[in-house]
Design a protein around this ligand. Structure first.
Ligand code: URA
Length: 187
C-alpha cells in the first residue's frame, strides 16, 4: 500500500477515535471517509453522504454519483482516476444541509486529508465545500474559474445533484468539466 493511503487510513481511524460529531455519528450507519485513487491529481469534494452513501460507506454512489461518473467519463476519466470525499463524513438526517458546526468540526480532518493527498487540483462540488476552503466566494460568479488553495489549484463547480434536473445548470456543469479537462493538460 502506498504511503498516502496508509496516512489516509490513519486519519480515518483518528476521526473515529476523536469522536467527531457524536450525535451525527449515532444516527448514521457508518463513517463515509473517501474513495478512489489516493495518488490522484484530482480530489473532488462534496457536501455530505446521502442515504445510499451511508449504506455503502462510499461517497457519491447514488444518483448524483452516477451523474458525476458520467461527467468524468465525458472527459475520459474513471472514478478510480480521482479521489472523492465530502466535508462532513456522516449522513445528516433526512438529507438536510450540514450545519455550520458540523462543517467546522470536520474541517481540520478535510484539511489533513488534502495535505496528505496533495492533489494538483481540487474540485469542489457545490457551495458548501467551496465555502469551507475559500470562504466568501459566490458560486454563481466563480464556478469553473481557477482559484488557489495552498499549493493546489481549486475549481469550484455546482453540485451534480443541483444540476441533474436543471437543464441550464447541467449545461454549465458540462462546460466547467470541459474547462477542467483543458486545465489538466496544462498543469
Ligand atoms: N452528495 C454529496 O455531496 N456527497 C455525496 O457523497 C453524495 C451526494
Amino acid at each position: 500500500m502506498n504511503t498516502k493511503q496508509v496516512q489516509l487510513d490513519d486519519l480515518q481511524r483518528k476521526i473515529l477515535a476523536d469522536k467527531v460529531c457524536p450525535e451525527l455519528a449515532k444516527q448514521a450507519t457508518q463513517l463515509v471517509f473517501g474513495t478512489g485513487n489516493s495518488q490522484a491529481q484530482i480530489v473532488s469534494i462534496g457536501e455530505a453522504p446521502g442515504k445510499n452513501e451511508d449504506i455503502k460507506g462510499e461517497p457519491f454512489v447514488g444518483e448524483a454519483g452516477k451523474f458525476l461518473n458520467e461527467m468524468l467519463e465525458m472527459m475520459g476519466k474513471k472514478r478510480a482516476d480521482v479521489y472523492i470525499t465530502n466535508i462532513v463524513k456522516y449522513r445528516p438526517t433526512e438529507n438536510r444541509d450540514p450545519l455550520p458546526e458540523e462543517k467546522s468540526a470536520f474541517l481540520p480532518y478535510l484539511e489533513k486529508q488534502l495535505d496528505i493527498s496533495a492533489p494538483k487540483l481540487i474540485v469542489t462540488l457545490g457551495r458548501h465545500s467551496m465555502d469551507v476552503l475559500l470562504p466568501g466566494l459566490i458560486i454563481g460568479s466563480v464556478h469553473g474559474k481557477v482559484q488557489q488553495y495552498k499549493s493546489s489549484k481549486l475549481l469550484p463547480f455546482y453540485h451534480p445533484a443541483a444540476a441533474m434536473y436543471n437543464r441550464s445548470l447541467k449545461q454549465v456543469l458540462i462546460e466547467d468539466f470541459l474547462t477542467l479537462q483543458i486545465l489538466l493538460e496544462t498543469i
